[in-house]
Design a protein. Structure first.
Length: 342
């Protein structure tokens, strides 16, 4: 997201787990904090920002095979700093975690990796861009990329080609997450075309589709009263796209944000309250798997339905993430991430 899921926060001290989801509402004394009106510097800003406490590079993809069978794919790398100071080798305060998954209509395959920073096992460099943890790699120039990952029951090797520009969320990349002002720097490349092969228990599958890559960093992206989120990345048949999230709060209310993306990449941000996301049905574990999502100012009123209701990420800090279909005013496809439903 967006707020993106920092599973690696579970590796921090237990005291950090008390405020906000996964400790993301805890104070971050000594770390840098996002400020309004950012000026980005590329390719440097594709790389890590060690003076911020948390950061992630997060890719999801909607795929089909030659028969039109749908699949979903996820590749993520998370960075978390234990302290604002720098170090080298084993003294480096950076922690890394990777998640990868493949979702079919009946199965959901998940793998997780962890690493300590400073020893070469995981990291990100900006130019030429490369993000890795063990043998999982995402590298290229953000116009063309290659991505690989392996798990006990799956593997994939994918090529990506951007067909549109980067998109900046919030006010020029400054994405507010709460009424009290928590924020992150957040941009996406939502225009990737993707092609490659999935290795599944039943054999090799050639697939093509579309992918969405997020990069986000902050030091305290949530308020201590926020308990989780529901994040949508929707690609409509018209060529338009919508990113939106709903942050759950302890008083039963929610904070929302959205970005409307034109086919040429022109982005329009929407503040709290403009987007609504309402659960319509849950799976056997009471996780919402069908939603009504509306952005009235754009005439959007759609139903978002999971391709596989059981796309549960059984990782260190469990959450739900999987591909969806979109019907209604703006039919299409997309991805859904949900936390706080354990």
């Amino acid at each position: 997201m967006n707020v993106r899921l920092l599973i690696f926060i579970c590796m921090l001290a237990p005291s950090a787990m008390a405020q906000g989801f996964a400790g993301l509402g805890t104070q971050a004394e000594g770390f840098s904090a996002p400020q309004p009106d950012p000026v980005f510097d590329f390719p440097a800003d594709h790389g890590p920002h060690d003076d911020y406490r948390v950061e992630w590079w997060y890719l999801t993809a909607n795929l089909t095979d030659a028969e039109g069978t749908p699949y979903g794919l996820q590749w993520t790398l998370f960075r978390s700093a234990l302290a604002p100071e720098t170090g080298s080798n084993w003294t480096a305060p950076q922690l890394w975690m990777g998640n990868a998954a493949v979702t079919t209509q009946t199965e959901h395959y998940v793998s997780e990796r962890r690493a300590r920073g400073g020893i070469g096992q995981a990291g990100v460099v900006a130019d030429p861009f490369e993000a890795w943890i063990d043998d999982w790699v995402l590298k290229g120039d953000w116009d063309t990329m290659r991505m690989t990952a392996t798990g006990a029951e799956f593997a994939y090797d994918m090529a990506l080609t951007a067909k549109g520009p980067l998109v900046f969320h919030g006010q020029n990349g400054y994405s507010v997450k709460s009424a009290t002002g928590q924020a992150s720097y957040y941009y996406s490349q939502p225009f990737f075309e993707i092609a490659g092969t999935l290795q599944l228990p039943e054999g090799e599958v050639a697939v093509t589709g579309n992918a969405w890559l997020d990069h986000e960093w902050s030091s305290q992206p949530l308020a201590d009263s926020q308990t989780g989120w529901d994040w949508f990345s929707l690609s409509f048949d018209s060529g338009e796209k919508l990113m939106g999230f709903r942050l759950q709060q302890t008083d039963g209310t929610s904070f929302t944000s959205a970005t409307w993306i034109e086919p040429d990449g022109t982005a329009t941000p929407y503040p709290d309250g403009a987007l609504t996301a309402t659960p319509l049905a849950t799976n056997d574990n009471d996780v919402p798997v069908r939603w009504q999502v509306a952005l009235p100012s754009k005439g959007v009123d759609v139903t978002v339905t999971a391709i596989n209701e059981n796309a549960w990420m059984a990782t260190s800090l469990p959450y739900w993430e999987g591909p969806v279909t979109v019907t209604g005013s703006h039919p299409g496809i997309g991805y859904l991430e949900m936390t706080g439903y354990e």
